[in-house]
Design a protein around this ligand. Structure first.
Ligand SMILES: NC(=O)c1ccc[n+]([C@@H]2O[C@H](COP(=O)([O-])OP(=O)(O)OC[C@H]3O[C@@H](n4cnc5c(N)ncnc54)[C@H](OP(=O)(O)O)[C@@H]3O)[C@@H](O)[C@H]2O)c1
Length: 341
C-alpha cells in the first residue's frame, strides 16, 4: 500500500485542473512527487503548490514513468490517447472526461453511491476509473439515499448549468459579454453561437436523432450504470444559464415504495455529502452562489408532488445546487483516490 503516491495532474491549467490542486492541498492528500501536465501551449508555465513552484510540462507518452496516480481533466481526446498509456506503465488513472465512462469493465464512481466498484484497484498498479458527468454526480448524491429507501421508478430532471461547466473559455465568454452588454456594446459570441450574457440556451452538446443532447443522455445512461439498473426511467432537459459557477437541478421523482417529504428530508439530512437548505417560512432554498466553493450538494424545495395525490403513487420534487468543479469533478476524483489510498 502506497502512503504518498507520485501524482500527475493532467490538464492542470484548466478550470478543473486548478480545482484539483486546491482540493489536494485542502485535504492534505499525501503526495510523493507532483507532476503538472497540460498542452504544449502551457509548457513552462509556473504554478505554486503548497509553497513550492512547479513547472508545467507538455503531456506526452513519456509523462507517466514513476507516476502512481494520474488525475485527468484534459478533455476526452487526451484521455483516450494518454490514459491507457499511463495505466500501462502503472499509473492508476481517475479520468474526468467522458472517454471511458460507459466502457464495460471501467468503474464509473460516485463514492456516496457505488464505492464498492473500485475494489481490487490499487494505486501504482494501473487501471482506469471514470468520474461521472458533473450533472449526474450532483443529481445522484441526493437521489441515491432516497433511491435506497424507496426505489426510484422514474426521474424527470431539468438542469440550470453554469459557465464553468464548459471550462475556462466559457467563463471568459460570460464575463466579457456581460461587460460588453452593460457598456452598451454588441456582445461578441466566440464560443457559443448564442448570446450568453442575460440569456440562457439548451446545453451546447450535440443533439441526437431522438432530440436529446449528449449531456441529457449522459445523465440517463450513467445513472443506469452507477445504480446497476437500466430499468429506471429517466428523462432530462439540460440548459446552460448565465451563472459563473455551480449547477442547479430541478428533480421530480416517482418511487416504488412509500416515502413522503418528511421522511425524505430526514434521510437527506442524515446522508453524506449533503446540506439541506429548506426554509419555507423565509423562502430560502439553495442557490448556486451558496454552493460555489462548497463540497456538499445543497438540497431544498423538498416537497410531495401534488400531481401524484390520489393515484396511489409516491412522488417528490427537490431542487439541488452543487459546485460542479468540486463535487462534479475534482473533489469526486480526489475522494476516489482517497478510497484507493
Ligand atoms: N468544467 C467542469 O465543470 C467539468 C466537470 C466535469 C468534467 N469535466 C471534464 O474535465 C475536462 C476538463 O474540463 P475543464 O472545464 O477544466 O476545461 P478547460 O478549462 O478548457 O481546461 C482544459 C485543460 O486541458 C488541457 N488540454 C487540452 N487539450 C490538451 C492536450 N491535447 N494535451 C494536454 N492537455 C490538454 C488544457 O491545457 P492548456 O491550458 O495548455 O490548453 C487545460 O489544462 C473535460 O474533459 C471536461 O469534460 C469538466
Amino acid at each position: 500500500m502506497l502512503s504518498a503516491p507520485n501524482v500527475a495532474v493532467v490538464g492542470v491549467t484548466g478550470a478543473v485542473g486548478e480545482e484539483f490542486l486546491a482540493i489536494l492541498a485542502e485535504r492534505n492528500f499525501p503526495i510523493g512527487d507532483l507532476k503538472l501536465l497540460a498542452s504544449k501551449r502551457s509548457a513552462g508555465k509556473k504554478i505554486e503548490y503548497q509553497g513550492k513552484i512547479f513547472t508545467v510540462e507538455e503531456l506526452t507518452e513519456d509523462s507517466f514513468d514513476g507516476v502512481d496516480l494520474a488525475l485527468f481533466s484534459a478533455g476526452s481526446s487526451a484521455s483516450k490517447k494518454y490514459a491507457p498509456v499511463a495505466s500501462e506503465v502503472g499509473a492508476t488513472v481517475v479520468d474526468n472526461s467522458s472517454a471511458f465512462r460507459m466502457t464495460d469493465g471501467i468503474p464509473l464512481v460516485v463514492p456516496e453511491a457505488n464505492a464498492d466498484t473500485i475494489k481490487g484497484i490499487e494505486l501504482g498498479k494501473g487501471g482506469i476509473i471514470a468520474n461521472p458527468n458533473c450533472s449526474t454526480i450532483i443529481m445522484l448524491v441526493p437521489v441515491t439515499p432516497l433511491h435506497r429507501l424507496a426505489h426510484v421508478k422514474r426521474m424527470v430532471v431539468s438542469t440550470y448549468q453554469s459557465a464553468s461547466g464548459a471550462g475556462r473559455a466559457a467563463m471568459m465568454e460570460l464575463d466579457s459579454q456581460t461587460r460588453q452588454v452593460l457598456d452598451g456594446k454588441p456582445p461578441e459570441c466566440k464560443l457559443f453561437p448564442q448570446q450568453y450574457a442575460f440569456n440562457l440556451f439548451s446545453h451546447n452538446s450535440d443533439i441526437g436523432e431522438e432530440g436529446y443532447n449528449t449531456e441529457e443522455l449522459k445523465m440517463v445512461y450513467e445513472t443506469h450504470k452507477i445504480w446497476g439498473d437500466d430499468s429506471i426511467k429517466i428523462t432530462a432537459t439540460c440548459v446552460r444559464v448565465p451563472v459563473m459557477r455551480a449547477h442547479s437541478e430541478s428533480i421530480n421523482l416517482e418511487f416504488e415504495d412509500p416515502i413522503d417529504e418528511k421522511i425524505a428530508s430526514e434521510t437527506l439530512k442524515a446522508a453524506p455529502g449533503i446540506t439541506v437548505i429548506d426554509d419555507r417560512d423565509n423562502n430560502r432554498f439553495p442557490t448556486p452562489l451558496d454552493a460555489s466553493g462548497k463540497d456538499d450538494v445543497l438540497v431544498g424545495r423538498i416537497r410531495n408532488d401534488i400531481s401524484r395525490e390520489g393515484d396511489g403513487a409516491c412522488g417528490l420534487d427537490i431542487f439541488v445546487c452543487g459546485d460542479q468543479l468540486r463535487k462534479g469533478a475534482a473533489l469526486n476524483a480526489v475522494q476516489i483516490a482517497e478510497l484507493l489510498l
